[in-house]
Each structure stands twice: as C-alpha cells, then as structure tokens.
Design a protein around this ligand. Structure first.
Ligand code: FMN
Length: 198
C-alpha cells in the first residue's frame, strides 16, 4: 500500500509529490527537458553568487554510460541502470571573491551545490520526471573517470527517469517503493535557542 504524504501546513504540492522511486523505465530523455533541469539549477542562490555547482552527466546508452553506472555500488546499480540519465554533482571548493584577486576557500560550496540540486529536483518533478540522489558510489573512481581536477568535491550522483511499475524491482525493493514520511517541524525548528534533544 502506498502511504500518502500530508503536509501539516499549506504548501505547494510540489514539495510532497517529489519522492525518490527506484522503478524507472529507462526511456530516453530529450535535451530540451534535460537543459530545463540545469536551467532551474542555474538560478539557485549561492554565497557571493559563486555558483560552485558542476554537473557532469551521461545519458543512458551513450558511450560514457557504462562508466557512470560502474561508479555506483551494486545495490544502486541494480535499479539505477534503468535511469534515463545519471548526473554527478560536484562543487568547487574555492572562489575568487568580488573584492579579491586570489581564490580562497568557499565555506558553503556543498550547501550551494545542494540548493542547485534541490532546484533541479523540483523542476524535474514539475516536468513529470523523477529524481533519486545516490550517495552509494565510488567518489575516488568518479574523480578519475570524469577527469576531475583538484579543488572539487564529488557530492552525489542523481538518477533521473520516468517512474515505472514497482513490479520491475526485486521483492525487497518493491517493499520499500513508496514515499516516506518526515519528522514533525517541532523536531527541527526552534525559536530563540537550539533546544533540540538530538
Ligand atoms: C545525499 C543523498 C544520498 C542518497 N543516497 C542514496 C543511495 O545511495 N541509494 C538510494 O537508494 N537512495 C539514496 N538516497 C535517497 C534517500 O534515501 C531519500 O531521498 C530519502 O529517503 C527521502 O526520501 P524521498 O527522496 O523519497 O523523499 C540519497 C539521498 C541523498 C540526498
């Protein structure tokens, strides 16, 4: 049974309808759609407007596809090989500030890349595509395979595809194939002082 997501406060349905399925059709994604996702990411906020996010992608069945799938651990390969595109998200760890001539460390490089990925995910949802972030992959191998120079952090892989029937998945994954729930706001929002138990 699929558990519906219900927001406790009125919000745009895009926030609760986005979720990360594993059953994907593997159908081709067109460049127009893909570029719209990167366009959404482009407008994310970042410190000093540094825009430290970098996206390196591979479309299913392209020549780079086997190498991208090969970065994932086996559990993730089992479902993500049916994605339409795999994107490796990186962040540049330094930035030349507007009043400086030399690059200095950018404290928020991962935070800013996270904002960009969230924008991409909601645009995908808006366009009828699903996204699924993947942390289970080999970051060292990713740097080598993608020819990433020093000064970049490999953040996450994002699988994008059209949702398929859950019957496509193994019995174990079928059981987990439903939107999950969230902590109540009181567990992560406090006024005035920290005041959380964990
Ligand atoms: C940084 C990051 C790493 C993740 N790694 C994996 C992963 O390796 N495998 C996987 O199946 N899901 C992975 N996920 C998906 C999360 O489990 C999922 O986003 C979370 O349970 C919330 O569910 P939802 O996205 O459906 O709302 C990852 C998500 C993020 C943001």
């Amino acid at each position: 049974m699929t558990h519906a997501r219900t927001a406790d406060h009125e919000i745009s349905p895009i926030f609760t309808s986005r979720w990360s399925p594993r059953a994907l059709t593997g159908e081709a994604i067109d460049d127009r759609t893909l570029h719209a996702l990167f366009e959404a990411a482009r407008w994310a906020p970042s410190a000093n407007n540094s825009q430290p996010w970098r996206f390196v992608y591979s479309k299913k069945d392209s020549s780079s596809w086997p190498a991208f799938v090969g970065l994932l651990n086996e559990r993730n390969q089992a479902w993500a090989r049916k994605a339409s595109v795999l994107i490796v998200l990186l962040s540049k760890t330094t930035h030349v500030r507007p009043d400086a001539s030399e690059a200095t460390p950018l404290y928020s490089h991962s935070l800013d890349a996270g904002a960009a990925w969230a924008s991409l995910a909601f645009q995908a949802e808006h366009s009828g595509w699903r996204t699924h972030a993947i942390g289970g992959f080999d970051r060292v191998q990713a740097k080598a395979v993608l020819n990433v120079p020093d000064g970049y952090r490999v953040e996450v892989v994002v699988a994008i595809g059209k949702q398929a029937d859950r019957a496509e998945l193994s019995a174990e994954l079928q059981e987990r194939e439903q939107p999950n729930q969230r902590k109540p706001i009181a567990q992560f929002v406090a006024e005035g002082r920290f005041g959380f138990e964990d």
